[in-house]
Design a protein around this ligand. Structure first.
Ligand code: SAH
Ligand code: SF4
Length: 388
């Protein structure tokens, strides 16, 4: 049954401060509450036992920490994928990715990855958990039509608000607490990196994305490093210029996917029509000049479409002297687009070598995550198709 949220996010600092002053709740309670949410990773007000029972009951009447309900969790050794429903019954996905270090020799694993797509076995005897990345959604489905992505297939539904973006991290931190416990030194394990690479185009939801980032950076909230937050976008111009004006100095990844306008029109028609490649590169140059930040380019590897040697040279030429780092993403095959196939391993490696000739650094997205149905929306798409 659908239900509406009538309460307010407890971790909205300004709102909470106003509420406390209005209800004669001492200011030190705000600190306790923020710590309960962001330090102890509670997602239920009743769990914040540093507060009295009466105060918890009072807060429960007006606030919530979490409104996301888990519909499905899929676990792999390297990741966990959550499918959440929201009060209005729309759904989003969030993915946790665990970066393991091999205890004996990390190099062995790297060599294994480079030789094939096969996954090494991960166990606590052979590996230690190094860091955790979360991939969050910013919208329910997406209004940008990238032909390889399932997310637009179900049509755009709505923007998430800033608190719903944070709730995904809150929920995940609570889950991590239960799944992994504390580190050997007694500190809590938690999400270290956030990437806006789940469902949706974050730049089309700019103000809420921006507010969620301020909470990610805030010492009283998630307190993440700005180098550990990445906005991924297919859409540029105004919003990228806005990032510069607003001094949002987190990492920026541009989903480029094609080094020439005809191929862009084929792969990402809506954006390509609106923003031709020349305009895109002009904006990028403006961004790099103003911020001195290195830009990360995401580039999808689809067989016989984006992976030929000619296109590799074009990509190298386009990005040389642009302080660029390219991440090659093997196309994740999915039922919504049966006509597209992922590039062969050797083809990707050959493509990488060509682009590197132009002094552009290139990585291949960690193939360990291929089973995760990494590509945004895939799990949700299947559920919706099943008629959940
Ligand atoms: N809308 C934003 C962020 C979400 S998509 C953007 O497009 O950047 C995050 C990344 O997932 C994008 O780089 C996108 O190209 C990639 N992606 C989407 N569908 C994919 C698929 N089927 N296989 C591999 N990567 C995919
Ligand atoms: Fe939207 Fe990004 Fe998917 Fe394109 S790749 S449809 S912009 S979520």
């Amino acid at each position: 049954m659908s239900w509406k949220t009538t309460t307010h996010p407890l971790f909205d600092k300004e709102h909470l401060a106003a509420y406390c002053s209005e209800h004669n709740i001492p200011a030190f309670r705000i600190k306790q509450i923020m710590h309960g949410v962001f330090g102890d990773h509670h997602i239920d007000i009743n769990e914040i036992t540093t507060l009295s029972k009466e105060l918890r009951a009072q807060l429960n009447a007006s606030f919530h920490i979490n409104t996301l309900k888990v519909e499905n969790i899929v676990e792999w050794p390297e990741s966990t994928k959550f499918l959440f429903s929201m009060p209005d019954e729309t759904m989003i996905e969030t993915v946790l990715m665990y970066h393991w270090h091999e205890k004996k020799s990390f190099k062995t694993r790297q060599r294994k990855i480079l030789r094939s797509w096969t996954k090494p076995d991960i166990s606590s005897e052979t590996h230690t958990l190094n860091r955790i990345t979360i991939c969050i959604s910013s919208q329910v489905w997406c209004a940008v039509w990238c032909i390889f992505c399932v997310t637009w297939k179900l049509w755009f539904k709505k923007n998430l608000d800033w608190s719903e973006m944070l709730m995904q991290i809150q929920y995940a931190n609570n889950y991590i607490k239960q799944k992994f416990g504390k580190k050997d030194d007694g500190t809590r394990r938690k999400v270290r990196n956030v990437v806006f690479m789940g469902m949706g185009e974050p730049m089309f939801n700019y103000e809420h994305m921006k507010k969620s980032i301020t909470y990610m950076l805030d010492q009283q909230a998630l307190w993440l490093s700005k180098r550990h937050i990445t906005i991924s976008t297919s859409w540029v111009a105004n919003a990228i210029r806005q990032l510069v004006d607003d001094k949002i100095d987190v990492r920026l990844a541009l989903s480029l996917h094609a080094p020439n306008q005809p191929l862009r029109l084929e792969l990402i028609p809506m954006i390509a029509k609106k923003r031709p490649l020349d305009e895109l590169m002009e904006t990028i140059d403006y961004y790099v000049k103003k911020t001195w930040n290195r830009l990360f380019y995401e580039y999808i590897m689809i067989q016989n479409k984006t992976d030929t040697p000619e296109i590799a040279h074009e990509l190298g030429q386009l990005l040389q002297k642009r302080n660029a780092h390219v991440n090659l993403i093997p196309y994740n095959e999915n039922p919504a687009m049966p006509e597209l196939t992922t590039s062969e391993f050797d083809v990707i490696m050959a493509f990488k070598k060509i682009v590197e000739q132009y002094w552009v650094t290139v990585t291949v997205r960690d193939t360990l995550w291929r089973d995760v149905k990494w590509a945004c929306g895939q799990l949700g798409y299947e559920k919706v198709e099943e008629g959940l």
